[in-house]
Each structure stands twice: as structure tokens, then as C-alpha cells.
Design a protein around this ligand. Sequence first.
Ligand code: GLC
Length: 745
Amino acid sequence: MKIEALKDLVAILSIEEKVGQLVQLTGDFFDSNNDVIETGPMKKIGFQKNKYELAHTGSLLNVVDAEEIYKIQKKYLENSKHKIPLLFMADIIYGYKTIFPIPLAQSGSWNFPLIEKSAKVIAKECYDAGIHVTFSPMVDLVRDPRWGRVLESPGEDPLLAKQYAKSMVRGIQGMQGDQISENHIAACVKHFAAYGAPQAGLEYGAVELSTDSLQNYYLPSYKAAIDADVKLVMTAFNTLNGIPCTGNKWLNKDILRETFNFTGLLISDYAAIEELKIHGFTENDQESAQLAFESSVDIDMKTSVYANHLPDLAKKDTRIMKLLDEAVLRVLQLKNALGLFEDPYRGLSELSNSHSVLSDKHKEVSQTLAEESIVLLKNKDILPIDENKKIALVGPYVDEPSALGFWAITGETKDTITLKAGLDSIKEEMKWKVQVAKGSNILEESDIESYAKYASAMSVDEKPKQQLLEEAIEIAKESNIVVMCLGESIYQSGEGGSRTTPVLPDEQVKLLKEIKKLGKQIVLIVYAGRPLILDNVIDDVSAVLYAWFPGTMGGYALANLLSGKVNPSGKLAMTMPRSIGQIPIFYNTYSSGRPIVENNPNHRFASRYLDEKNTPLYCFGYGLSYTEFEYSGFEIDKESMTEQDEIRVSIKVRNVGEKQGKEIVQLYLHDVAARVVRPIKELKDFKKITLNPHEERRIDFKITIDMLKYYNSNEEWASEPGKFEVIIGKDSNDQRFKGSFILED
Ligand code: GLC
């Protein structure tokens, strides 16, 4: 449809019909007979009597089955006066049926073209299921692993977060002009803004950020999604400096709409408009409707606030009426960009089943991404495991199908390739003898009860604890090497998953300590949705592979890494703390006026702890390989640059081992003196390269003026003349190769 036709359609809608387009409900409002709905969900959500007609609804949330979508759309259109199709939106964060590693893992692959491919797979599987919008990517920058939703985040670094945002939006939307092409759907970047910085890592906690922090670290990833033409933005639950994001006019109008020039749809998070009064931001729902709508929130997810109050507000105030027309036009424009007016089913047939789900091609993308996301943190000459070994596979994750992570809501655990299945697939070829014993459950009974609603997805072995332990000890005694696969439950992470003590469950630490007594070498594989504190086990093991929640193909990916068929290349996208007391800990910190100095490390009056090191257990950008990469020959081609030119820096990297490997070469800058102090180092570029044994390559980087700009106290992005340090290294801690240059005035 042409924009004029859309405007004509808006013009003929009643106010109630217009408001209906801004209401998002769940499928239960549409999947049974009317009186059940009246007394059920309609009553529960609080629609005022005779104030709302379901036939006016604009979109549904989390209806994800092709046949159900077809059935609801068909029945809806039969009752629709203006034949405006429903939009179907869902939380397909990192996979529909082919589940990928959690985003925090994916970002650690530093392979954004591959991430874009995974997004195309997500889009295709959603497209075939009739889903129109996915509430992905989540790009909230994170620095606090106590927060459960770090699993969904691209991590602590603005550059990686921007790359992730852009890759996901492009992969999901596959834009061709204004239309969203076939096999693609609309993306929704979230949560706007800075939901990843709750005080004390407490879920839904208040966010208090300076302008410097907000503009230089937390907002850029949302902007990257908007610059990639993301069609929707979702508000965040939290307050930002005392004002809830969902009613925050400065954030949503001044920043999002005007500064970031976002012209798409702003949707609230789940019930967030209704929560404005609970925040203490409004007295009642009518105020909430007014302030959210005036802040430019278009769609009210799953409450009756807009339905009950916007019609009267619009009738009383021509300004609101005008805003209402604009918001409804944005909804219709999205439906139009998806081609829904021409084909409300977007290719869905009555009996369509998604043929693309879990295709070999899709599974291959997931497995490769898992292989490149898993991080080798420690390896005392034990990995890869040689042929002819007797392996004891021990731990609650040995054959655990729930290793898909909290937000794999449409993934099916029956499809998960577990670690045991992975090893079974190669043990013949490797001449391995593999024995398996759980050794313990993921959680203690009491914890399992507290997760009762979710625990069904976790497998629980009813055998007595002592028996489980003895079985594990038995097979470990007979082995050459013990591979222990431990981890937090998927329900100790994700939304509502904040933990004050992000560690391995006690039950599992006890198991490891018992196995350790046997004197066998232990390879530890960690399943988690966050960096866990490993200080109580790290010295007991010879190697650590950090698997995160590796997705549907995790077992095969881990088998390939354990056997050396694939060489690990992942590098941490989020710092791993040494202890809880260090949190939040991240690489791009400020110097302070009294940093620890090498020649006096124990100076009392320095920025240090009395009872802990400042350094993390493993730093941002850290990850090992089965080969070694030697860096040499750092070069910088000029001592100074102007705003108009660039500086070239380079380094030679040689693979000095006997295995091909991938290395992520990282470029950091430090603006030595700025009127708003800059971090001691900031990632500005990186190259992921593949080198054959003994191959050497010179890796070039260009330093451009944009890399030197920051959001300053004059509220502008600008650079300042002066000295910059350049560091090229294998991780954020690598200080071996550095130079400097002057940005001329
Ligand atoms: C949830 C999450 C959000 C999700 C939405 C819809 O509470 O905060 O990320 O997209 O509700 O399920």
C-alpha cells in the first residue's frame, strides 16, 4: 500500500479502532469462545466495561505456532471491519527451533558475519512459522554478572555491542528498501535504555548513570541498531536517573526520536505502562497512559491502560489526537513493510509447517557459532584429549537437554545435542572409552523445589546423593582423564535470575572436590548464562572450557573442541571476576588519581583492595588456543595526525604451533588527557584471523578521527588534540606492544 492509502485508512478509523492498533495482547484472548474470554483474560487484564473490542487489537505477543497463527489471523480478519491484519510478535532471542549459543557467548566469538548468518536463520524459521516481529536483539551493555540477563547481552564493550546490534538487525530484517524481504521479519532492539546497569545487579533495579556513562557506553548499541534501520524499539523496565524509561520523555522523544532519528515503533516492555504507578511515577492509569503516550510509547504490551484511557484523552485534547494518528500510522507502516495488507499470512498456508526448522544448514551455523563462542580459559597441557584415552564424563550436564538457556522459549530440549551425545558421536574414531555418571544433580532438592515451575526442563536424578557420588568416583578411578561438566541451572540466570553469589552450585563443587581427591587430571566444562566466580575450583582443574549455554548443537561443538578437531578461538566479551567483591569489574575503567604503580604495588594510598587483587580472574578479550600466536614488529606510520587524515598501525602475528588456529587481534586506544577523562583503554578495532602452522601475517589497522571522539561535557561527540596511546594485543591485559601519536590541534 502507498503511504497516502495508509493515511486514508487512519482517517476512517474510529478513535477506539485507532487505540486498538496500539494494544498488544496474548493469544489466550483469541483462542477460545467469547464468553470464556470475557470472564477470563478480558476480565483479568482490566478492560473497562464496553470500553474495548478485541476486534480492534493491533498485535499479539508470543503466539509462535504456524497453525495457531494462521487460525487466529483468519478468524480475526473475518471479524475485522477494515481488514487490518494482526501483527504477531515473539521473544525469539537467539533461536526459534535451531537454538544458538546465548548472545553473551556469541559476542565472544567476535565473528559478526557469522552472527549475522545466525540471525538470518532465526528470521527464516520465524518467517516460516508466521511470526512477523522478534523482540531481538537485546543490546543492553552489562558489567555486573549478578544480573541474570547478562546472558542475553553482547557484553561489556560498546564496540562489540554495536557490532552485535548491527549484525542482528541486518540478519533478521534483510532490508530491501522499505520492505522487509521474504524469509525475513522485523527486529525489535531492547531494552531502551540501560536496563543492564541495575544497582547491585538486582533485577528491575534502579539505574543511575552519569551523562558520560550513558552516552559513551550504554546508548551506542541502541543507536547502532537504529542506524541499521531496526523497525521497533522496546522500552526498559527500569528507572533511569529517577524517571521510568517507559514514561521518560527526554529518553524517548529527545534522544530516541530526535537525536537518534528513530521513526519506527516504540513498544513498552511487558505491562511496563501499568507499572508506572508502581514506580511512583504516576497516581493512576490515566496519568500513566498520558505520560507514556506523550513520551512517544506507541504500543501498550499486555495491559488495558491505553485501551481504557487513550480514547478519552484523545477526545479531550487535539494534541493527543494528532499523536494518536501518528502512532497508528507507524503501526500500519510496519504492517505494510511486511506486506501484510497484500498477504496477511506472509506465505503461511492453512497447513503449513515450518520446513526450515533444524535443517542441516541451520544446525551447521549453530554448531560453528558454538565452536567459536566457547572459550578455553585454562589448559595445562591436557587438551585436546589424545586418542586411546579412557574418559570419565562426570557431572549433571553430562546428558542435560536443558542447556539452551533461559530465553530459548520455542526451543525443544528433545533436539539438544548433549555432551554425552557429542562424545558418543566421535569416540569410535578417537578410540576413546567413555563412561558416564552424573555424580550430582544440577541443584539441591530444596533449590529444585524453589524452581518448581521451571524445574520440569531440568533433568533430576532421583537416586540418593551418595549413590550418585559413588557411581562417579567409580568411573573416575578407572579413567585416564575426568571431564567434569558442571554449571548453574538455566533458571538461575535470565529474567528474574539475579544472584548475589554467582558461583557453581554447592552440590557440584562437593562432587568436584571428591573427584579431585583421586588425583586424576580434570577438564572442567562450565555451563552458565554469566561469568561465574570460579576461584574455589580453578586450582583443582587442569583445563577449563567455558561453554555458556551453547545451544542445540552444543554437544557436537564441545566434542570437536575436546578432541582438537576444532581449535578454540572464543575470547571473553565480559570480564570474569576473581571474587564477588570486585563486581562490577570491567576492562575500560578510569585510572583514578592514584593507580597502583608497578614499582610500589603495595602502596597504602593507591586505588586497591586490602583483601583482593584489582585484576580479574580472566580479562575482557581473553581466550586460549591449542596453538600459540607470537606477536612482533609493532609499527605506527606517523607521530601525529590531523582530523582529516589517519594513522596506520600494524603488527606481525605468527602461528608458532602445529595446529591451524584463529586469533583475535585487538586494537585499544587510550586518550591520555581529555576534559572528561577517558578509560585507560578502549577497544577500537579487532581482526579475527586464521593462521596455518608457522604462517605469519602482518595485521593492519587504521586509526580514524571517529575512533578518537567521545561524548564530552558540551554534549557533543568530538575529539580533543593531544596524545593518544595505541595498544595492539591478544586481550585487554596485553600491554607488550604499544606506541603513541599526537592528534594535532
Ligand atoms: C519480558 C522481557 C522482554 C520480553 C517481553 C515480552 O518481561 O523483559 O525482554 O521481550 O517481556 O515477553
